[in-house]
Design a protein around this ligand. Structure first.
Ligand code: NAP
Ligand code: GCO
Length: 266
C-alpha cells in the first residue's frame, strides 16, 4: 500500500458527534475529503439541518441524526439506525462537548455534573455503543477530543478539566481493553482554537483592545496565534487512518506548542 494510500478513509463510515459546526465539522469535512462517509449528530433538528446544509455547501452528502449523546438509550438507537441506513461505524470521533466557566465555589453540583455528563460520560456511552460493530468488523478507530485541560488546570474550569482529564484516561483504557480486537483509541488535545466555544475569551474590549485572555494565550503559544479548526484536520485524518494502526492510547496535542513553553516574558 503506497504511503499516501495509508491515509485514505475510502469506504469507511465515520461518526463525529456534535459536528454541525466547530471542530467536529472541520474534522468531518477532512474525513470526507479523505473518502469517508460522514455521519454526525447534534442535540436538535435545527442544528442537524444547519449542519446538513453546511456539509452540502461543501459538496458533502452527510447523514445527520438528532441525538443527545448523554442519553444511552437514544445513542444505542441512533447507532442501530446508522447501521441500517448507512453501515457499521468504522471511525468514531467523540467531539460533542460543553464548558461552564464558573469559579468552583460558585459552581453548583448540577453544573459540575452536566459538564462531566457531556464531556466524559457521553464518550463512554457512544464508544460502548459503537465498539461491538467495530469488533465484529475486526477493526475500529476511536478518537476522543481531549484538551489542554487534560493536562493543566486553570481558574473557573474545574468540571471541564476533571472531565477532560478523565477522558484522557478513558482513552487509555479503551486502548488497553480493545487493542487486541484491532481497535485503536487515541485522543486529540487541541490548544486554544477559534470556535464558538472560545468566542467569549476572544471578545474585543470596549476600548477595542484584545481580551486579556486572548493576549494571555498569544503569549503562552510559541506559534503566537490561536489555532484554527483546520489545524486539527490532518492529525485527525492520521489517527482515523491505517497510517496510525500501531498508535494506541496516545493523546496527540495540537496546541502550537503551549504544553512545551513557559510563555513569553511580559
Ligand atoms: P462548540 O463550538 O461548542 O461545539 C460543540 C458541539 O457539541 C455543538 O454542536 C454542540 O451542540 C454539541 N453538543 C453539546 N452538547 C451535546 C450533547 N449533549 N449531545 C450532542 N451534541 C452536543 O465546541 P468546539 O470548540 O467545536 O469544541 C468541540 C470539542 O473540542 C469539545 O469537546 C471541546 O471541549 C473540545 N475542545 C475545544 C477547544 C477549543 O479551543 N475550541 C480546545 C480543546 C478542546 P449545541 O450547539 O446544541 O450545544
Ligand atoms: C478555557 C478554554 C479551553 C479550551 C480548550 C483548551 O476556558 O480555558 O475553553 O478549555 O476550550 O479546552 O484546550
Amino acid at each position: 500500500m503506497g504511503i499516501l494510500n495509508s491515509f485514505s478513509l475510502e469506504g469507511k463510515v465515520a461518526l463525529v458527534t456534535g459536528a454541525s459546526y466547530g471542530i467536529g465539522f472541520a474534522i468531518a469535512t477532512g474525513f470526507a475529503e479523505a473518502g469517508a462517509t460522514i455521519v454526525f449528530n447534534d442535540i436538535n433538528q435545527e442544528l442537524v439541518d444547519r449542519g446538513l446544509a453546511a456539509y452540502e455547501e461543501k459538496g458533502i452528502k452527510a447523514h445527520g441524526y438528532v441525538c443527545d449523546v448523554t442519553n444511552e438509550e437514544a445513542v444505542q438507537a441512533m447507532v442501530a439506525r446508522i447501521r441500517e441506513e448507512v453501515g457499521v461505524i468504522d471511525i468514531l470521533v467523540n467531539n460533542a462537548g460543553i464548558i461552564r466557566r464558573i469559579p468552583m465555589l460558585d459552581m453548583s453540583a448540577a453544573d459540575f455534573r452536566k459538564v462531566v455528563d457531556v464531556d466524559l460520560n457521553a464518550p463512554f456511552i457512544v464508544s460502548k455503543a459503537v465498539l461491538p460493530g467495530m469488533i465484529e468488523k475486526g477493526h475500529g478507530k476511536i478518537i476522543n477530543i481531549c484538551s489542554m485541560m487534560s493536562e493543566l488546570g486553570r481558574e473557573t474550569v474545574s468540571a471541564y478539566a476533571a472531565a477532560k482529564g478523565g477522558l484522557k484516561m478513558l482513552t487509555r483504557n479503551i486502548c488497553s481493553e480493545y487493542g487486541e480486537a484491532n481497535i485503536q483509541c487515541n485522543g486529540i488535545g487541541p490548544g486554544y482554537i477559534a470556535t464558538p466555544q472560545t468566542a467569549p475569551l476572544r471578545e474585543r474590549q470596549a476600548d477595542g483592545s484584545r481580551h486579556p485572555f486572548d493576549q494571555f494565550i498569544i503569549a503562552k503559544t510559541p506559534a503566537a496565534r490561536w489555532g484554527e479548526t483546520a489545524d486539527l484536520v490532518g492529525p485527525a485524518v492520521f489517527l482515523a487512518s491505517d497510517a496510525s494502526n500501531f498508535v494506541n492510547g496516545h493523546i496527540l496535542y495540537v496546541d502550537g506548542g503551549i504544553l512545551a513553553y513557559i510563555g513569553k516574558q511580559p
